[in-house]
Each structure stands twice: as C-alpha cells, then as structure tokens.
Ligand binder design. Structure first.
Ligand SMILES: [Zn+2]
Length: 372
C-alpha cells in the first residue's frame, strides 16, 4: 500500500526537537529503557520506512514513491527491481530518502541500456554492494558484456558502486574531469566514514574509481561515442551540483539522463556546486531537449514533456537566491537569514526539512562571495 502520509511525517525543526525530548522522556521513565532504545539513528525521519515495501507500478510520470527495504544479509548477486522505460532501456527507481540502514544506500536512481554490442550503465548507486547488484540485474536481462559505466557526478549515491564495475574488468568508466579532485579531497574520507557508520557490510571493499575517459572542456560541449549502432552524448554541464556534472543523451531513444540537474518528488540538495550555474544549465537543458521523449533524474520518477521538475527545481533555487540576496542587502546575519528562509509550500516535499537550512546557508555564503 502506498502511504501518502509519509510526506507529512516530517516535522519542523522545533517540532522535531520537542518530539525528541518527549520520546526521550518516555524512554527514560520506562523500566524497559535499556531494551527499548532502538539502534536507529535520530535522522531516520528522513530515511526509509522498514515496515513495508512498495514499488510503484510505473517509473514514469508517477507521484507514487518507492519504499524499498534492503537487508545486510541480502546476497550481492541478487538482482534489484528495475523498470523497463523504453526499448532496451532500464531504470532503477530508488528510494527518495536519506541514507539509512533500511535502504542501505539505495537512495537514488541509475539505469542501463542494452545495445547489440554490449551494455552502457548510467550511475552505480551508493555502495560497492549496490554496484554488484546492478551487475546482477543486468545479468538477469542480458548476457551482453558491460562496456561502459558513465558516472554523472561524484556524489556517493551515484558513484560509490563504481568499484564493482572496475573489479568486473572490461568496463570503460566515463566521468567528469572534476571527479579526480573529489577523489583527492578530504571530503571523500568524511563521506565514506559516514556511510560506513550506517552500513559497514555494504561498504566493504570500497575504493574510489578514477574515470578512464574524463569529460572536460567547454561547458555544454559533449563527448560522443557509439556502441552497437547506438549513439551517446555525454555533456559537461559544469560544476552546478558537485565537482563536475554530466548529462547523458541516449540519441536513438531521445532519453536524457539529467542526473541531479533537477530533482523530482523531492527537494534539491545544495552543498556543493554553484546555484547560478545550476540555473544556467537548467535553461540550457530545457532549450536543447524540449523535444526529448523522457528525462530521467537522479532522484524521483522519470518525466515526459514539459519536464515540470526542471522548472520546479529552478524556481526553488531562484527563490532561495532572492530571499538570501535580500537578507544580505538588509544586513541580516547568516543564522537569522537561514531561519527566515522557510518555504511553507515546500514542506510536504520530501527532504525539505532535512535540506532547507543547509541549502539556505550554502546560498547565503555563495552570494556573499558573488558580491565581491
Ligand atoms: Zn544525487
């Protein structure tokens, strides 16, 4: 059963603090305190609900939200549920949640295309084990060799499964040139440690993967390749969301894999990248691919024209910039400005409560720098 009320579980921060205190008081007053404290991180309110499993009937233009519960003991060679979204084209429609021990890092999308000469994979999901399970899924559909893995950007939910493909051998990894900077940064260490704290079993064997083909050059230029008579275009869309972001165009099917350039069914995350570049890249995307058949985002369901998720994500970013610019002009300090940036009409959108303050503070600091 689909539980629409899931979205409404997200309380405001003050509401949440009050709730935590209340829960704590109940636990402390209970004689079974020791047994009653669950080993669930506090942040579970934004994670995956362990009490049910739900897969929407379609991964295209749906408002239904998947709730896929994975387990540490699941075999690595067990296929994941996957949707066929076009001829020879498959999509993993992931949980729309933050990482926790129930989704085990499966909180984003990925996909693959089977050509007569082999398979092209787009993104590797969030752990080495999920990478193995993508491979198992591909094996359940075709025995064609896996030839390419395109990593749309370095964020963990898209790239930490890449090592499984490296170990497989024979797979050319395509990534943004900026990936190398990420692999040499301190950020990756913090990020890997964070994932290991939740799901150590699934992170076993993790190692960063350097792309064999590094996409760089002018923004919106493309690296092109063909496999089995199918053409692919991999666009450098700058650093709007990470150390370097790609958009993949599957020419024969007119499907655009837009990565995190727009989010569907959830609030964006702005902790890396550049909000001005995001707005420019969204304009470019809508203009260039207005007649595409489908856009597949990194989070949420795939969408047909007019691709409302792009305008919606963009309007959120523009609004945040406007509110923060006004705050800076009025000499409002960072903390107060973040407090004021409360978009009540977004509260029912997944991960709003989790990301809004971080996004607001990111944009404030970004605009302060832009002023100079
Ligand atoms: Zn993502």
């Amino acid at each position: 059963m689909l539980r629409h009320d899931q979205n409404r579980l997200y309380l405001s921060h003050s509401g949440m603090n009050a709730m935590l205190v209340l829960v704590l008081l109940i636990f402390m007053s209970s004689s079974v305190y020791a047994q009653a404290v669950p080993s669930i991180p506090e942040a579970h309110g934004f994670g995956t609900d362990p009490s049910f499993t739900f897969l929407p009937p379609s991964a295209i233009d749906t408002t239904a939200i998947p709730n896929m519960v994975l387990r540490a003991e699941d075999p690595a060679d067990a296929p994941l549920p996957v949707f066929k979204i076009a001829p020879d084209t498959w999509m993993f429609f992931g949980n729309i949640a933050e990482i926790d021990q129930y989704n085990r890092g499966w909180n984003g999308n990925a996909g693959f295309i089977v050509t007569p000469a082999g398979v092209v994979v787009i993104d590797s999901l969030g752990t080495p084990k999920l990478g193995q399970r993508i491979i198992a899924t591909i094996r359940s559909v075709t025995d064609k060799p896996i030839r390419y893995l395109i990593i749309t950007h370095n964020h963990p939910d898209h790239s930490y499964g890449a090592i499984a493909f490296r170990r497989l051998g024979g797979v050319k990894v395509i990534g943004h040139a900026g990936t190398l900077d990420y692999l040499r940064s301190e950020k990756i260490e913090t990020s890997v440690a964070f994932r290991r704290s939740f799901i150590p079993e699934d992170m076993a064997g993790f190692a960063g993967v350097e792309p064999d083909i590094r996409v760089a050059g002018e923004r919106f230029s493309a690296y092109r390749f063909s496999l089995g008579g199918r053409d692919f275009e991999v666009f450098n869309v700058g650093e709007h969301h990470s150390y370097g972001d790609l958009v993949v165009y599957q020419v024969d099917q007119r499907i655009v894999w837009i990565s995190d350039l727009a989010f569907n069914q959830r609030t964006t995350f702005m902790g890396d990248g550049n909000s001005r570049q995001a707005i420019e890249a969204q304009d470019w995307l809508l203009k260039k691919f207005s007649s595409a058949r489908l856009m597949v985002p990194g989070h949420g369901s795939a969408q047909t024209a007019p691709f409302s998720m792009v305008a919606r994500t963009q309007s959120y970013i523009k609004r945040l910039r406007k509110v923060m610019r006004r705050a800076i002009a009025e000499d409002v300090d960072l903390m107060s400005a973040v407090e004021q940036a409360d978009f009540s009409d977004w509260r029912d959108t997944r991960l709003y409560e989790l990301n809004q303050r971080a996004n607001a503070s990111f944009v404030y600091r970004e605009l302060e720098l832009e002023e100079f």
